[in-house]
Write a protein that binds this ligand. Structure first.
Ligand SMILES: CCC[C@@H](CCO)COc1cccc([C@H](O)CCN)c1
Ligand SMILES: [Fe+2]
Length: 532
């Protein structure tokens, strides 16, 4: 039984309000005791400015990037935040208008330009956004704030200063990469991105960036495309948000939400076009799973896995077991783009309206898919999955495709288990038991959930009028790799100190401590924990 709370006061609207940056870190009031082994920094990215020049930014992913940092030291906590000095932000502040087109907001025409120069500006091609508001991760020893375009922004993880705008096109043939890379224990970074580029080889490129170099040279200089996966529809590649990686394989789930390249590559020829205008649903393909080997990097083009249509943003974890690949996903059933429901005007509505809008949206479901590695010398029409612990199936069809049916790990009416996290350093790519997620209630974040992916048991942390962020798992150091803690930035609008860093015991989701700050913290999307 899954119950959900009501939010009649619509306190969640506060996490979509603009805030000011801080000039220096502010102290937090600690309630409870911060574990002595927990020292380091929580770094998170999110939108922090939701209007420019009196004009609103329309979409959740348009807000100007704000970097947040909670420093934990000797049982005390401080909070700091600075706006990223992206070109998008700096030029918006300078010209007091939206200069760079964002995900769902078109640049405001330059009033100083006449109709001809404006017209030719459009033919100069869009200036891709560098509003890196989505995640922050390391490449070598450097920290980068990222979105999903070809621009990533190097930042100073202590001062939160913006250091350098980096164009990945200088190093890799990609139009962008996801904000969800995989990182090997040796620091090698793997990612995947659309490639509309050269000779119209419209595909998806899996890229590899080596770890920090002994000679201190730039790791990006040694990055390369490992393997190219074909697009199911030549001129319409799918939107990619994340991918799976095991010890020996990459898994790419190709969703029926497509980028219309005719629009995207020419889109800016008509005024007011945004990235959101370039998406369209494919109503016939369903969802395809692609497999590639890691070493040697090779696309397995005879492994043609198919299933019904769903949106996929976040892979939870992927692992190999007895000749099968187990793929755990946060899915949204159907082919309508879920991002259509993430416009700020939607998210800021009164609670009854928020609930009404979510009724027609794709429905969330945590699902386990199992891919058989041997699809050749097998019998047609028979379930190929022989793992004892899952009801997921895979059946070879006469046309050579393998039809997949999932095992549902969690499902609740308009109750998503999203922004999934695991004990990444110990369990990524390996058989595991626990996933931690942010509970979305009609798209509003209102609880933290621990899901046992073997038993399907859940534990929940929830508090009245509280709106948490993605929970971040931090392993407790020690011989016995027992669990650790979950960290989440929680907004409690009515409270005297309206935001706090929540520290939960990852075993039983009991509160260990909270560090309250006298500031509202706008919604954050993803982040990382930086060990001292
Ligand atoms: C037409 C879509 C293009 C792709 C990049 C091409 O590989 C997505 O581009 C953006 C642009 C702006 C903000 C974002 C956000 O990252 C989304 C939500 N995470 C994505
Ligand atoms: Fe994400």
């Amino acid at each position: 039984l899954v119950f959900s709370v009501e939010h009649p006061a619509a306190g969640y609207r506060k996490i979509f309000d603009s805030v000011e940056e801080l000039n220096e870190a502010i102290p937090a009031e600690v309630i409870g005791t911060i574990p002595s082994w927990l020292g380091g920094s929580v770094l998170r990215m999110g939108p922090g400015l939701f209007e420019v020049g009196g004009e609103p930014l329309n979409h959740l992913f348009d807000g100007q990037a704000l970097i947040h940092k909670f420093d934990l030291k000797d049982g005390g906590v401080t909070y700091h935040r600075r706006f990223l000095r992206s070109d998008a932000y700096v030029r918006a502040m300078t010209e007091n208008r939206v200069v760079i087109t964002e995900f769902g907001t078109a640049a405001f025409p330059d009033p100083c330009k006449n109709v001809f120069s404006r017209f030719f500006t459009y033919f100069k091609g869009i200036e891709v956004t560098d509003n890196c508001s989505v995640n922050i991760y390391t490449i070598g020893e450097d920290f980068y704030a990222v979105t999903e375009s070809n621009y990533i922004t190097k930042v100073d993880p202590d001062s939160l200063e913006t250091l350098k705008k980096v164009d990945l096109c200088k190093y890799l043939s990609v139009n962008g990469v996801t904000a969800h890379p995989h990182t090997d224990t040796d620091g090698t970074v793997y990612n995947i991105g659309n490639c509309f580029g050269k000779n119209m080889s419209l595909a998806y490129n899996i890229v590899k960036i080596p770890p920090a170099q002994k000679d201190k040279s730039e790791p990006l200089e040694k990055s390369k495309v490992l393997v190219q996966l074909p697009s199911s529809e030549r001129l319409k590649p799918s939107y990619i948000h994340s991918f799976g990686m095991t010890d020996n394989y990459f898994v790419f789930v190709e969703q029926p939400v497509k980028i219309n390249l005719f629009k995207f590559l020419s889109a800016w020829a008509f005024t007011g076009a945004t990235y959101m205008d370039c998406f369209e649903s494919n109503y016939s393909m369903g969802t395809w799973f692609h497999l590639a080997t890691k070493d040697p990097p090779d696309y397995l083009n005879s492994h043609r896995f198919r299933t019904s249509a769903f949106n996929i943003f976040h892979h939870i974890n992927t692992y190999e077991d007895q000749g099968f690949i187990v793929v755990d996903l946060c899915t949204w059933k159907g082919h309508e783009f879920v991002y259509n429901y993430l416009y700020l005007a939607n998210l800021r509505q009164e609670w009854e309206e928020v609930k009404k809008a979510a009724v027609n949206a794709p429905q969330p479901e945590v699902r386990r898919y199992v891919l058989p590695l041997d699809v050749h010398r097998v019998e047609q029409g028979k379930n190929l999955v022989s793992l004892s612990y899952t009801t997921a199936t895979a059946v070879l069809h006469p046309d050579g495709t393998v039809w997949l049916e999932p095992e549902v790990l969690f499902s609740g009416p308009r109750l998503a288990f999203e922004f999934p996290q695991i004990n990444y350093s110990q369990r990524s790519g390996k058989k595991y038991s626990f996933a931690y997620g942010l509970g979305l209630n009609h798209f509003i974040p209102d609880r933290i959930v621990k899901l046992n992916v073997q038993s399907k048991e859940t534990l929940t942390w929830q508090e009245d009028e509280c709106y948490p962020s993605e929970p971040m798992f931090v392993a407790k150091p020690g011989i016995v790799l027992i669990d650790g803690v979950l960290l989440s930035v929680v907004v409690k609008p009515g409270a005297q100190r309206p935001a706090f860093l929540l520290i939960l015991d990852a075993v039983d989701l009991k509160e260990i401590a909270r560090a309250e700050v006298d500031a509202i913290v706008p919604v954050t999307l993803h982040g990382m924990y930086r060990h001292p």
